[in-house]
Design a protein around this ligand. Sequence first.
Ligand code: IPM
Ligand code: MG
Length: 375
Amino acid sequence: MRRHSLAVLPGDGVGPEVTRAALTVLDAAQDRFGFGTERTEVPLGADHYLETGTLLTDDVVDQLRAHDAILFGAIGSPRVTPGILERGIILALRGAMRQAINLRPVRLYPGVPTPVRGLTPQRCDLVVVRENTEGAYVAQGSRVHEGTPAWTAVQESVNTWYAVERAVDFAFRLASVRRGRLTLCHKTNVLVEAGRLWTAVMDSVGERYPEVETDYVHVDAMCMHLPVSPERFDVVVTDNLFGDIVTDLGAVLQGGLGVAASANLTFEPDATSMFEPIHGSAPDIAGRGWANPAGACLSLAMLLGDLGEGEAAAAVEAATAAVLADLPGLAGEAMGASTHDLGERVAQVLREGSAPEVEGSLMVQLAQVRGMMGR
Ligand code: IPM
Ligand code: MG
């Protein structure tokens, strides 16, 4: 039997609730598709930090390296100064594991309410490939004369050919197994230096993928096009900060943060990819069963695709989409069921195999691209 070892990081707030729901779905996927997992829970997050004073230690990183994938809930707490846990755990993990890409689908599933009037599933199926280790997210910067009128802050953005090429190459491969379109999203009219490098990488890597059509959109224009004409886009590749911003907008298109999923992918042989719903820890609703587990379930689907369990990945996606389509509302009491119950429901649909197949599943495409890259 195929076996995969998973590190499970439930984290804070609603993280443990949605993660538990996703694991119920994983149980059902294993039964149906005949593979197994060993799961090790790793206690990272606010409680652990407040008890021990530690964030992500080298020992924990080494422990995580030994796993095939990390299933992540959410991190962040009002009991800890903002930024400490985010930088010390999430960003530290992305860096330590060299998770080069943050893959964020923007897909509206049939029957899911979107705030964008007139938007249909046919028109909303794109993927953002966000560079995940550099740009404005590098822990660089300096300040002088703090607290005086001369207070000066320098916060630069770092762009290396190496990291940009990894992201762009992955984006081309993904476009080549999708609809064959890749858009670079940047701000080359203002961030001229970074823009030159990104454009040069696009041109250079593009020579290897003549079948993929490319274009370019400024990030501000992207925020206009996304709600109005998302059908313009297939794969979008962009820098870390722009990707952070446009994917929150993308999440809204597909029904809100509760539905959006992400994959932090590494290409290093001794490192581990991490799969997390886009939503945060939502401490205000924690413990009430009000969080939508769809983002966590769809992140699990990407995890399975990445491990080469393409069939299971597609089935988890289909079952999640089917359950979403039947919900009266997408979060809180409006869902008409608890986080736990929705996990059970997705698991049940999965066991029955009753959900209609999702066409052009990103989860399957991910398995294809990872296969291409020899993993
Ligand atoms: C995300 C989040 C993180 C980011 C924060 C929590 C550090 O907003 O995953 O999009 O900025 O990348
Ligand atoms: Mg974000």
